[in-house]
Design a protein around this ligand. Structure first.
Ligand SMILES: Nc1nc2c(ncn2[C@@H]2O[C@@H]3COP(=O)(O)O[C@H]4[C@@H](O)[C@H](n5cnc6c(=O)[nH]c(N)nc65)O[C@@H]4COP(=O)(O)O[C@H]3[C@H]2O)c(=O)[nH]1
Length: 771
């Protein structure tokens, strides 16, 4: 039996077949025992070890304390550019690599030798010669002799380039997506993308081209590594079935791989264009939108002929996909930004854009002999067209008008839709000639007023325009806007369809108005209002039977202020509602107080403004005041003006009926100045007409006024209404009115408006039957 007990010699004493088999088995066993002796000698072990480490793809080596290679596996030898281990032995990293790399390696190894501490798993750039950028994971342990003394290092390094590349790709993708999310400029994004791909594919240069808006040309997107001359040649390339790899890829919507530029028909005739740049292959991939529309191309150029491998194809697909996301996102942002800065109906810039840019525009003419004219413009009666013909027609009109305005100004001027029917025009950098500026603006007004065909009709729309000029009417955009607005307000006051240029007087008035408005607000809070009462007398009996309540503002500094000064503003601002409520309550309370003081019951007449009358449940509010003050409804008369009623005839008549139902009297004030038609008048539940003072004023000198007054009186009689004339000052007027059949009078002839105390004294001093 051999020393190797695992390989037993078999018993040969059997039949011949079996014997032959046994002989073969024994021969095999002997051979195995020879090849694999159980106690191998040192040389065998050395050989096995060498075989083993040479089969390992990692780099394994040992170096002495001076960093000289003692031994290394085949991978180390070959990747350092040698054929045989002996060529490497004795060399240091300084002999093999650039000094900065060698220094880093030797520094690590010195540490291991000095400390005796091994280093595991450090990542380092590869300094082996494999032609492309690679990474290693390295461990180094001290090399000891038999006595345990450290005499060098043993190193083992694994190529982790692929893992590193995958990591870098992931990081790159994350960075790119973050750039998209942050809305970085497209150009920056493209640069980063191309650079990433170039880092991952050595020897490759990338370029991104974008398809022009009309879908016909390729325009430069980014090509950070390509020669500018080459980029200039490609920029503006028309796409087509045979237009280089990029032009063709964009045309077909398919990837075009040109493996050898010099041999490919796509480059026929133009290979000489790329030749100087050293390209041999070009792979162009279309960049698609989500809806598969071509947005551009992603192209890679290689100095070597060939097609991309699977891994490279994956990278290309990823890059084209990311580029598509970025382009779409940018376009969406641009769209949103356009929508945020432009008016959807007319496509004109909106106020936000104007305000963002106007300062820069004004700045551009600062110090020059030029003006900027800012016109605020409002279409007259646009609401009427919108209400009667519908919003779609209104939009058509706005578009037409916007187009005309745009056509009437220069490219450098600005036309903005502010909202509704309001526009701003900025004529920038105009000569300092007022007449010229005004004539240009008048031209725009004329263009606007040309007929527009709407729903088969020809309509005309005029405009009111207010103008403020830089620098004399304002140095900032907001000053100019505010002043042009004031001027437009004035244009409207002048009956619309005209142009007004801002003046200092307008500003002063506006300022005054603002102050008055503020003071009025405070007056309500401080209870600074009082009522005066003006008697009304029956011409037949000579009895004072009623009093008109007239508001006064007891201003702490300015004294008694007439309502004519503040009522229009109170109406404009809506302050008339709380003020009117106060008047109604105070008048009812006073009338009731006089009754309680034992005076003969009087009707108190209260002026009602349109704004008040439109308040919801106004009749119910009147009833509540009557209940609160205890005054019977028949002692209250409400004076409504013709214009108030005509603003919303149906609504006014309904409210008048509600008031009639409560039992209050209704009168029409200022009769003759409005436009109430006779047929409408018949439907008003009123009990008297009040002839406006303007007709009474010139009686008896003006025969026309006499005729009108007499006419109103006879009309009222026919309609069964009583008539009162206001503003009666003279005996002659009284005589005329009496003769004409007027029922009642009010005016200085009788008495001016009096404080409640004076009025009470007047009543008490009166003869029970008359004044
Ligand atoms: N020249 C002349 N004037 C006379 C004569 N008799 C009366 N007046 C004045 O004519 C105005 C008559 O009031 P109105 O036509 O309702 O015109 C009123 C009325 O429209 C409005 N108003 C006054 N009080 C109120 C109120 O409480 N509410 C509302 N909404 N408006 C009021 O203010 C307007 C002006 O009121 P007042 O300044 O008080 O002016 C009063 C009165 O003082 C006269 O013989 N000759």
């Amino acid at each position: 039996m051999s020393r190797n007990s695992r390989y037993v010699e078999l018993d040969a004493d059997r039949n011949s077949e079996t014997r032959r088999l046994i002989d073969a088995g024994n021969r095999l066993a002997k051979e195995v025992a020879r090849l694999f002796p159980s106690e191998p000698d040192l040389a065998d072990r050395h050989y096995w070890l060498e075989t083993m480490i040479n089969h390992v793809p990692d780099y394994i080596y040992a170096k002495d304390a001076e960093g000289r290679f003692l031994i290394a596996n085949e991978a180390t030898v070959a990747d350092n550019g040698f054929n045989d281990l002996q060529e490497l032995v004795g060399k240091t990293d300084f002999d093999l690599h650039p000094p900065e790399f060698a220094e880093t390696v030797s520094e690590t190894e010195r540490r291991v030798i000095e400390t005796g501490e091994p280093i595991f798993g450090i990542e380092e750039r590869a300094i082996v010669t494999k032609g492309y950028d690679r990474w290693l994971m390295t461990s180094k342990v001290p090399l000891r002799n038999k006595r345990g003394k450290i005499v060098g290092v043993v190193g083992i390094s694994r190529d982790i380039s692929e893992r590193k590349a995958a990591e870098r790709l992931l990081e790159g993708q994350a960075r790119l997506l973050e750039m998209v999310a942050r809305g970085e400029p497209l150009e920056t994004f493209f640069h980063e993308l191309v650079r990433l791909i170039e880092r991952l594919m050595s020897g490759i240069k990338g370029s991104i081209l974008l398809l022009s808006e009309d879908g016909r040309y390729l325009l430069q997107g980014a090509a950070p590594s390509l020669d500018e001359t080459y980029c200039a040649v490609v920029h503006g390339l028309e796409i087509g079935p045979n237009s280089g790899p990029c032009g063709t890829a964009a045309w077909r919507g398919q990837q075009v791989i040109v493996s050898d530029i010099l041999a490919d028909p796509l480059w026929e005739g133009c290979a000489h264009v790329v030749e100087p740049f050293g390209f041999r292959a070009c792979w162009s991939t279309p960049i698609f939108s989500r809806g598969r529309k071509v947005l551009g191309t992603f192209a890679l150029y290689s100095g070597e002929a060939g097609a991309p491998n699977d891994q490279q194809q994956e990278l290309i697909a990823m890059a084209a996909h990311l580029a598509g996301i970025a382009i779409e996102r940018k376009r969406a942002e641009d769209r949103i930004s356009f929508m945020a800065h432009h008016d959807a109906v007319t496509g004109l810039p909106n106020r936000a854009l104007f305000e963002a840019e106007v300062s820069g525009m004004l700045e551009s003419i600062r110090g020059r002999e030029q003006w900027a004219a800012l016109a605020f413009l409002d279409l007259d009666n646009f609401k009427l067209i919108n209400d009667n013909l519908g919003h779609a027609a209104g939009d058509v009109l706005l578009k037409a008008v916007a187009g005309r305005m745009r056509a009437a100004v220069r490219k450098t001027d600005v036309v903005v839709r502010v909202g509704g029917d309001e526009f701003i025009i900025l004529l920038n950098g105009v000569p300092t000639d007022r007449d010229l500026v005004l004539s240009r603006l008048e031209d725009i007004r004329t263009a606007i007023a040309l007929p527009v065909q709407l729903q088969g009709r020809s309509l005309q729309v005029t405009c009111s325009m207010g103008v403020a000029c830089y620098p004399s009417h304002g140095r900032t955009a907001s000053e100019l806007l505010a002043n042009a607005d004031l001027a437009m307000y004035r244009a409207k006051e002048f009956g619309r369809n005209n142009l007004q240029v801002f003046t200092a007087e307008m500003a002063a008035k506006a300022h005054e108005k603002l102050q008055l408005q503020e003071a009025l607000r405070e007056a309500i809070a401080r209870d600074e209002f009082i009522l005066h009462f003006q008697p009304q007398m029956s011409l037949a009996s000579g009895r004072i039977f009623a009093a008109e309540a007239l508001l006064r503002w007891q201003h702490p500094q300015r004294g008694l202020i007439s309502p004519a000064t503040f009522i229009p503003l109170a109406e404009e601002t809506g302050l008339i509602v709380p003020i009117g409520d106060w008047v109604l309550r105070a008048a009812c309370r006073q009338a009731k107080a006089w009754q309680e003081a034992g005076l003969p019951p009087l009707i108190v007449s209260v002026n009602v403004s349109a704004r008040q009358f439109r308040e919801r449940n106004w009749a119910a509010r009147v009833a509540a005041v009557l209940a609160e003050t205890g005054l019977h409804a028949r002692y209250l008369e409400l004076e409504l003006t013709e214009s108030l009623i005509m603003q919303d005839l149906a609504g006014a008549i309904a409210t008048m009926h509600e008031l009639e139902a409560i039992g209050v009297h209704l009168a029409i004030d200022d009769f003759g100045t409005g436009y109430s038609s006779l047929s409408a008048l018949k439907r008003f539940p009123v009990s008297r007409l009040k002839i406006d003072r303007s007709f009474v004023e010139d009686i008896p000198s003006d025969p026309d006024d006499e005729a009108i007054t007499a006419g109103i009186i006879s009309l009222a009689q026919k309609l069964g209404l009583r008539v009162i004339a206001e503003g009666v000052e003279t005996e002659a007027q009284v005589e005329f009115l009496q003769k004409s059949g007027c029922d009642e009078i009010q005016g200085y002839f009788l008495s001016p408006p009096l404080s409640s105390r004076d009025f009470q004294a007047l009543l008490q001093g009166c003869d029970a039957d008359g004044v």
